[in-house]
Ligand binder design. Structure first.
Ligand code: KG4
Ligand code: ZN
Length: 339
């Protein structure tokens, strides 16, 4: 293996992030600017604000990353940048920046798939044995991957509609909780000990594919049935903390059931699996993390989940993927485009 130093850049949505990965030490620096405070007042990500803020922040974030690693640009061997998938304007900022840097420094550039970054994010701090199943749950994606080696992975399930994080964000909005909804839902549910008050109906079809729009609709119609929500004016009538907590708690229990049943089915379909990881923004959820841990312990499987900073969007996972791609000479060129 060559001794390489990789600069990773991530700008696919509302985080501007950079990190340095070295062959001998792994991640030595990881910096990020999050737009959550700016985007909060809109209840979600406004793409135009996303890309403009990326442009304002990228120089500073990369500078801070290099300083923290105590290295200069000429010590970098390659620049890895998220090129897909994401918001076009936001992705363009990172990709254009990386291309300009690569051209000036005469260093190679590597386009990285953001989802591959998430899928290998548990490898930043751990060494899960292969073959491995990764459950990625974020605001934009929910997938199960069969991972057989670095860069060797296939999607065995994705979502036919909303992503898990999106379901949290939408239900949170419905019951008047701020964006992003996931952490708020978890906080609320904790106050009532994760009891399943409303037993939202969920599909019991034995298929790997996820679907969350039905769950979101079940929450909505259950609120209407209880007289807590008016469909015509789209307003929440019962704004009590008690109701918010009960909805949050029931939603989390339903989500737990969905994750466990899909994982169980995946393990039946791929019986030689050695380990499981749970990654993406939703993996910050302690209740869900604990439930999957318990399940894996009972199933005699090793279980890994990244620390919070590597669950939500970050450049460390992009630098890690960039590193093994560089080791395999999988470089892009200056025609690298976004998707
Ligand atoms: O991975 P991420 O930072 O960005 C995307 O690539 O989408 O994930 C963001 C998502 C949001 O939908 C947010 O509500 C969810 O992760 N999330 C959580 C928690 N923290 C963040 N969902 C459930 N529980 C949490 N504690
Ligand atoms: Zn992500």
């Amino acid at each position: 293996m060559k001794n390489l130093t990789i600069l990773g850049i991530e700008t696919s949505c509302d985080e501007t992030a950079a990190a340095i990965y070295t062959t001998s030490q792994g991640i030595i620096s990881n910096k990020l600017f999050s737009q959550i405070e700016q985007q909060k007042m809109y209840g979600g990500v406004v793409p135009e604000i996303g890309s403009r803020t990326q442009l304002e922040k990228i120089n500073g974030v990369i500078d801070a990353t290099l300083q923290a690693a105590n290295i200069t640009l000429d010590q970098i061997d390659a620049i890895a940048v998220t090129s897909k998938p994401g918001l076009a304007g936001s992705l363009l900022v990172g990709v254009c920046f990386a291309k300009a840097l690569a051209w000036c420094l005469k260093k190679p550039i590597i386009g990285v798939n953001h989802l591959e970054g998430h899928a290998f994010s548990s490898f930043i701090e751990h060494t899960p044995p292969f073959p491995h199943i990764c459950l990625t749950a974020s605001g934009g994606h929910t997938s199960l991957y069969l991972v057989e080696g670095f860069g060797k992975y296939s999607t065995i399930a994705s979502t036919t509609d909303d992503a898990a994080g999106e379901a949290f964000d939408k239900v949170a909005k419905l019951i008047g909780l701020p964006y992003p909804g996931g952490p708020e839902i978890e906080k609320m549910a904790r106050t009532v000990d994760f009891i399943d008050f409303f037993e939202y109906t969920r599909s019991k079809k034995p298929i790997l594919e996820f679907s969350f729009s039905g769950l979101k609709t079940a929450v909505l119609y259950d609120l209407v049935k209880r007289g807590a929500y008016d469909l015509k004016s789209k307003t929440l009538i019962d704004c009590s903390l008690e109701l918010k907590a009960q909805v949050s708690s029931s939603l989390l229990v339903a989500m737990r059931g969905i994750f466990l049943s899909k994982l169980e089915l995946a393990l039946k379909t791929y019986p030689n699996i050695q380990s499981v990881s749970f990654v993406g923004g939703v993996a910050c959820n302690k209740y869900l993390k604990g439930a999957l841990n318990e399940f894996c312990t009972q199933s005699n499987l090793q279980y890994f989940t990244p620390s919070g900073q590597y669950c939500t969007d970050n450049a460390a996972m992009i630098a890690l993927v960039g590193h093994y791609m560089a080791q395999n000479n999988q470089f892009s060129d200056l025609n690298l485009d976004i998707y």
